[in-house]
Design a protein around this ligand. Structure first.
Ligand SMILES: *Cc1c(COP(=O)(O)O)cnc(C)c1O
Length: 441
């Protein structure tokens, strides 16, 4: 915990802290943003490597997960224009939002139904590949389909993978790890939904439950994994591999936008709104997009009003040195994927020159949006995924300064608002009904 005195100082320095403490939805604009990507310790080369590895594994993925047959073993989601939802939000909020609304449908990513299917699965596959190659069972030119055989399952069953999670990362690591034959342990925070634990147990994954929050579950997982040299720990707070896997989405999105004839250039700005938990998922995507689009992309992270860890870390420059509890917030939110009180050790630092800002959103909005998108567009997204939907509203209501300073006001007619949906397909029918009927006050 940071001492009271220091917090008082921070409150005087950053006036937004008071609104944040009072649970008001806020927009923070990042003063350190630069036009293009600087060189730093993570390079775009690592994202390219991730893309290559995922290609090598596509024949295996296709064999092991028939639902990826259509995409030939590539784990990707579509983009979709959601103009009904746009119109609905304009009416509801009494505002006009210039530009197109496009949804990036990661709620329907194959295999694990959330944005974690890129980063999490990449890290598991990278570990699996290294083990098989080091032991002489595989070479890079092989057809990786053979990894689906019993020989490989037996080989992998000597090794372990562990992860700490609020739910979806556990699903992604657990499903892929167990499929390959690994012994997988998932350390689940108290926020994790019961059905996620149950699903993992059905797949033979060991689930350890904690009554505390995400940071504690990660810490315990890390500690236990360190004692075992045959155990690989997927470290959501520090992993460069997760980050690289998430970044793969950017180049694929670029191709989808071109195919849909959606321009991104100096006169056609692209706004991207991403739900943010510990930061790896949105951070990886942001990194990849900045590398491709430079000054023409404007990226915002959305967080629950009780869990704005990335906003706090970036605004104060303290990154993982400050938690939401330090300013009196509870980290209690129905957006389980975003219930993170302390941001990643390295992502916020990398994001300093990249993202345009962060905003916060109430759980009440998330649930209204859940119902509205279902009604307007026949799309089901879990509560966390709706943090992106609030982005364009926040920008229109409180971001006019940002738009004018960046010479964007006149270009908004030609803008694209890309709302990054992050999870939903794995949610069972009974839970969906519960969400669709829920009203928050
Ligand atoms: C994990 C998750 C996020 C955010 O990713 P982080 O890497 O934790 O920032 C957003 N939405 C959903 C549904 C998630 O599961």
């Amino acid at each position: 915990m940071i001492e009271k005195q220091k917090i008082e100082k921070l409150r005087n320095q950053f006036y937004l802290l008071n609104d944040i403490s009072m649970l008001k939805p806020v927009l923070w604009i990042n003063p350190k943003k630069q036009l293009t990507l600087p060189k730093d310790d993570f390079s775009i080369h690592e994202a390219k490597e991730a893309e290559e590895l995922l290609k090598r594994f596509s024949s295996y993925i296709r064999a092991a997960f028939p639902e990826t047959e259509k995409s030939q073993g590539i784990i990707e989601s579509e983009i979709k224009e959601i103009s009904n939802m746009k119109r609905h939000l304009e009416e509801l909020e009494g505002i006009k939002i210039s530009g197109k609304f496009i949804l990036k449908c990661d709620h329907s990513l194959p295999i694990s139904g959330s944005i974690k299917a890129r980063g999490g699965i990449y890290e598991v596959l990278k570990y699996a590949e290294a083990l098989a190659i080091d032991n002489g069972y595989l070479s890079y030119d092989d057809n990786y389909e053979k990894l689906a055989s019993d020989t490989f399952k037996q080989f992998y069953s000597q090794y372990k993978i562990a992860v700490g999670s609020t739910g979806n990362l556990g699903l992604s690591i657990g499903i892929m790890g167990a499929k390959l034959g690994f012994q997988v342990t998932v350390h689940m925070s108290a926020d994790a939904k019961e059905w996620k634990k149950q699903l993992l147990r059905e797949k033979g994954v060991e689930v350890i439950e904690y009554s505390s929050d995400y940071s504690k579950a990660v810490e315990e997982g890390r500690k236990q994994a360190e004692l075992d040299e045959k155990c690989h720990f997927v470290d959501d707070e520090n992993s460069k591999d997760l980050f690289a896997g998430y970044a793969v989405a950017a180049a694929r999105l670029q191709k989808q936008l071109i195919d849909s004839k959606i321009l991104v250039d100096k006169d056609h700005p692209l706004f991207v709104y991403l739900p943010c938990g510990v930061g790896g998922g949105p951070g990886g995507v942001a990194y990849g997009l900045k590398a491709l689009y430079g000054e023409n992309v404007h990226i915002f992270f959305g967080e629950p009003i009780q869990s704005p860890c990335m906003l706090l870390g970036m605004m104060t420059g303290l990154h993982d040195g400050i938690s939401v509890a330090d300013i009196g917030l509870s980290n209690q939110t129905e957006a389980d994927g975003l219930a993170v009180g302390r941001a990643s050790k390295f992502v916020g630092k990398i994001m300093e020159p990249i993202i345009s800002g962060c905003y916060t959103v109430s759980d009440q909005f998330l649930f209204n949006s859940l119902k509205d998108i279902y009604k307007q567009e026949h799309i089901f997204m879990e509560p966390s995924a709706h943090a992106g939907v609030y982005g364009p509203i926040m920008l229109m209501k409180n971001g006019s300064h940002y738009l004018s300073e960046n010479d964007l006001t006149a270009k908004m007619e030609h803008a694209t608002h890309l709302i990054w949906s992050t999870g939903g397909d794995m949610v069972p029918p009974e839970q969906r009904i519960e969400y669709l009927q829920k009203t928050l006050k």
